[in-house]
Write a protein that binds this ligand. Sequence first.
Ligand code: NAD
Length: 371
Amino acid sequence: MIGAFAYNALPGRVVFAEGALSKLPWELDALGLKRAAILTTPQQVAQGDSVRAIIGTRAAAGYSGARMHVPIEVVDEAEKAIAGADCLLAIGGGSTTGLAKALALRTNLPIVAIPTTYAGSEMTPIWGLTQGGLKTTGRDLRVLPRLVIYDPDLLSTLSANVVATSGMNAIAHCIEALYSETANPVTSLMAEEGVRAIAEALPLAASDHGNAVARAQVLYGAWLGGTVLGAVGMALHHKLCHTLGGSFDLPHAEVHTIVIPHATAFNAPAAPEAIRRVAGALGVVSAKQAAGALFDLIVASGGPTKLSDIGMKEADLDRAADLATRNPYYNPQPFDREAIRRLLDDAYHGRRPGGEKPSSIIETARRQTMG
Ligand code: NAD
């Protein structure tokens, strides 16, 4: 049965193609943009230079100091560097897009985003800003990029670890969109397709850098993930990751990767239809297998499965559970501090939801039999 729903379509042009970067001059001209400020991280100066070479005299300014979590000092410095520009051209991952968004809030300049990871920020009107160690986030249509150029070639320089974790970050957007309080038929279709596309291609995209087909398929799924993240509200998983990343200085995509199987297992009883769709997209038969299949996907892609491996201290798990349950927010499965503490314990130790993988049990038994 189709229940009641509301759907808000977000504006913005998306161009997706192998080699799409070469179309940038034409795309800027079509929007009447003549003086772009090119934004990158220090690690991606070379990619910024290649954009500058492509757009020629349309490049007016630049800033290459984008950093994770958008520190306000960086925004202050960048604002001076972009004087005279008529648009913000961000080439990079969520950190660079995040800087463009903070600058758009101050200047009202339109953003052109050229994503080089699978994080999905380019499709959302969500901004973040860190001041005095505290990250504030909000929604504002002024920060939604006017134009997004997806060129899978640009992701060929990503390390295997970033491919795996950033891809799982995108899957997490899709899963929470499926059981979102504001889910609707359009975003659920996109989310289900996003899980399918990413799950099918992620292990190959992470292990074989030269595989352009796998890379493009994960990027297609990431576009869907970013779109649903921007369109509907998230739940427990995103709240937990925000708390862990912000308060314990853990890397964003890695945290998403480790937590999503556990958040999925936790929510499965309360969101059976959503998790059934996740299971189908992951290629397993029943909703009960979905969380374990996500865990196996991380292992197959070479991603992390334990919070203990990415710098979380066991002594901090209690405080993390306190922080994550301090304010109430929507989640399909009601929860209390103890439930979240147990979930964090499983994520800390990297326990596979649903128990050991059946094939590993068979493998262990075979090894024991063979002595
Ligand atoms: P990131 O942007 O921090 O990039 C990680 C590192 O990889 C950086 O050093 C970057 O320069 C480098 N890198 C990126 N692309 C590369 C490439 N193709 N080749 C080589 N190196 C490359 O990481 P991220 O995971 O994309 O973004 C994380 C940040 O984005 C977090 O702060 C998160 O909160 C934010 N985010 C925001 C939204 C939103 O809607 N506002 C959505 C998702 C993520």
